[in-house]
Design a protein around this ligand. Structure first.
Ligand code: TMP
Length: 237
């Protein structure tokens, strides 16, 4: 099967395959970035861990009836996905206060949000992914009213599954970022990845089990990701 590199991202490279134009191969890399790529480091083993974690979560979401781009894990660092046109929205769901939310509203981290808060950011590196609302989404022609409603409903439905799975393994799902795309038939499906790179997970003692370990220099990122993977593998049995 021959392949062609079509996109190189911060954490993944994307290839098309000669076999089927509707499929892509995502290759998870050992790179960690923050501040829109201003800080960049190679962390050996991160790609393998994130591919395994994301494959496991997406497989469970598929089984739960969520439409996703995930087909199967191909190797330690590779997975086979449906090709989508990514909708340029970072959909952030917050169950607890943390990160930019705590900064923006000057509130402490870790407060439970009685109704989880959904936020949109415009996925645009040149503009530093600005915080936007539904009306901006429409103005920018990113999605229609119906599509916005679908993305919001689906994100809250996914939140039910994810929060439950993480709670079963003793981790609090603080917040996370999702991306959606349109498949060849124009259907909106969940795309990108779900790993500790794009979510916040706190253990029972409030320890960070996610990329904040890198962002805040709290220790070994891969040690923490390995614990998350092993806990999730326990959940599968
Ligand atoms: P924030 O608190 O920095 O806005 O991040 C909220 C969640 O979204 C957090 O789990 C990290 C994730 N996220 C990404 O995956 N990519 C990004 O570019 C940003 C800004 C956040």
């Amino acid at each position: 099967m021959s392949r062609k590199l079509v996109y190189t991202g911060k954490a993944k490279d994307i290839y098309t395959t000669s076999e089927d134009e509707n499929l892509i191969i995502s290759v998870y890399k050992d790179q960690a970035t923050m501040l829109n790529g201003a800080r960049k480091e190679t962390i050996e083993g991160k790609g393998i861990l994130n591919n395994q974690i994301s494959s496991l979560i997406f497989e469970k979401l598929n089984v739960a009836g969520v439409a996703t781009h995930f087909i199967k894990q191909l190797s330690e660092t590779e997975q086979l996905n449906k090709k989508v046109e990514i909708i340029p929205l970072e959909v952030v769901l917050r169950n607890y206060t943390a990160g930019s939310f705590s900064k923006r509203f000057a509130v402490e981290e870790g407060l439970k949000l009685e109704t989880p808060i959904l936020e949109f950011y415009y996925k645009n590196d040149d503009l530093n992914d600005p915080f936007i609302n539904d009306e901006h989404v429409k103005f920018l022609d990113i999605a229609t009213d119906e599509e916005i409603a679908y993305i919001k409903n689906e994100t809250r439905r996914i939140n039910g599954f994810l929060s439950d799975w993480f709670s079963q393994i003793g981790l609090k799902l603080i917040d996370y970022k999702l991306e959606f795309g349109k498949d060849k038939d124009g259907n909106i499906i969940l795309a990108d990845e779900f790993s500790p790179d794009n979510c916040r997970l706190w253990d029972a003692e409030g320890r960070h089990m996610d990329k904040d370990v890198f962002r805040r220099d709290l220790g070994s990122l891969t040690d923490v990701y390995q614990v998350v993977l092993e806990k999730l593998q326990g959940l599968e049995k």
